[in-house]
Write a protein that binds this ligand. Structure first.
Ligand code: ADP
Length: 396
């Protein structure tokens, strides 16, 4: 079956057409600046990227462009629309309603809408994408895959905040966690690569991208993760602060004469390694600034690594041990310096990095030495493939 995977944002839409038999990407691309003017990118497997400026006043137009490109006589990858057997949609927040992926029905859309409060920037955009596809591809089964679902196995002791219990009961204020599709995919790959017994395996997944989170996966299930009610919590990220004393928010607001929503914007968009370094949110820029002797960039990098180390260490304690630590996403997959700096801190546990393996550019590599007490890996994440797999399972 050919499966269209859609990841819809408020002004963008990423897509991939995946052949579920071979698990190969047939074509992929991106619609950008939806509702503004419109950029359309299409790339057929093995061919160059095509970028064109095409007006996209709304998401329906963008989905139509995707369908037209995929079915194009010359450059398309399917003869007609009927070859696309199902559509998988990434949905950011499933609250406590969704502990796994689901076939989309009217009731499911309503339930996703009820989670809008928890992700006001993301969920409404996800629903717009779902509705646009339903209009243009009537009768094609569609599946919602949630960023939060994998973490629904967290026990209450891990997800409760120390605030009045009423706020949890009335409004659902608790830790949910994100990047679940990635943590799930990567932890399963590690179990396969190392031949671990899934039920007994203990894995710490470090998803370090522009957004970053860590997950403790015990017996194949998420038991702790660093993001919270929102994706602002936990690690120091590209532009997000991560963990901060809530008292600092009032303090900053008073000093700078800001209201709460202005402080939130700063914590989301002007903080993290960008805010700390004053250089960039991109680790490549941070590293070249460090090479040029920029002390503030060095301080940002050190703080980032320190935070990763403290979460990894905490999660090893939560699980009472660890078989493997794995790095994924933009920084985790590409930045050997960050991996080395983190892993060196776990020498006391008998963890040993294999420097040569750490330099490898392969997608899936064991980067610890054979005598290391804990295995360390880097594994390229593949959220789209995971979405396609769930979609296939439910659409069948
Ligand atoms: P997201 O999906 O959250 O937007 P990604 O997982 O794509 O983020 O990660 C993007 C980030 O990865 C970049 O901002 C950059 O900091 C980092 N990155 C990408 N390539 C490299 C590299 N070669 N070396 C160091 N960092 C890199």
């Amino acid at each position: 079956m050919k499966i269209l995977v859609i990841n819809c944002g408020s002004s963008s839409l990423k897509y991939q057409l995946i052949d579920s038999d071979t698990e190969k990407v047939l074509a992929k691309g991106l619609c950008e600046r939806i509702g503004i003017d419109g950029m359309f990118t299409y790339q057929k497997a093995g061919c160059d990227k095509q970028v064109s400026q095409i007006d996209q006043p709304d998401h329906k137009k963008s989905v139509q462009l995707v369908i037209d490109a995929l079915t194009d006589k010359e450059n398309g990858v399917v003869a007609d629309l009927s070859e696309i057997g199902a559509v998988g949609h990434r949905v950011v927040h499933g609250g406590e309603k969704f502990a796994s992926s689901v076939l989309i029905t009217e009731e499911v859309i309503k339930a996703i809408e009820e989670c809008n409060d928890l992700a006001p920037l993301h969920n409404p955009a996800n629903i717009i994408g779902i509705n646009a596809c339903r209009e243009l591809m009537p009768g094609v089964p569609m599946v919602a895959v949630f960023d939060t679902a994998f973490h629904q196995t967290m026990p209450a002791e891990a997800f409760l905040y120390g605030i009045p219990y009423d706020y949890y009961k009335k409004y659902g204020v608790r830790k949910y966690g994100f990047h679940g599709t990635s943590h799930s995919y990567v932890s399963k790959r590690v179990i396969d690569i190392l031949g671990l017994e899934a039920e007994k395996s203990k894995i710490v997944v470090c998803h370090l991208g522009n957004g970053a989170s860590i997950c403790a996966v015990d017996g194949g299930k998420s038991v702790e993760t660093s993001m919270g009610l929102t994706p602002l919590m936990g690690l120091i990220m590209g532009t997000r602060s991560g963990e901060i004393d809530p008292g600092a928010m009032e303090f900053i607001a008073n000093k700078e004469g800001l209201n709460l929503s202005e402080v939130m914007t700063i914590l989301n968009k002007r903080s993290g390694v960008l805010g700390l370094s004053g250089v960039s949110s991109d680790f490549r820029d941070i590293e070249s600034a460090i090479e040029d002797g920029n002390e503030q960039a060095k301080a940002a990098m050190d703080a980032f690594v320190h935070r990763v180390v403290s979460y990894v260490g905490g999660y090893i304690a939560v699980m009472g041990g660890v078989d493997a630590i794995v790095f994924t996403a933009g920084i985790g997959e590409n930045d050997k310096g960050v991996r080395k700096a983190v892993i060196e801190k776990f020498g006391y546990l008998g963890v040993k990095l294999d420097e040569e393996a750490n330099n490898s550019r392969e997608d899936e590599v064991i980067i610890s030495t054979p005598d290391s007490k804990v295995k360390v890996l880097k594994v390229a994440t593949n959220e789209e493939l995971m979405i396609a797999r769930d979609t296939l399972a439910l659409a069948k």
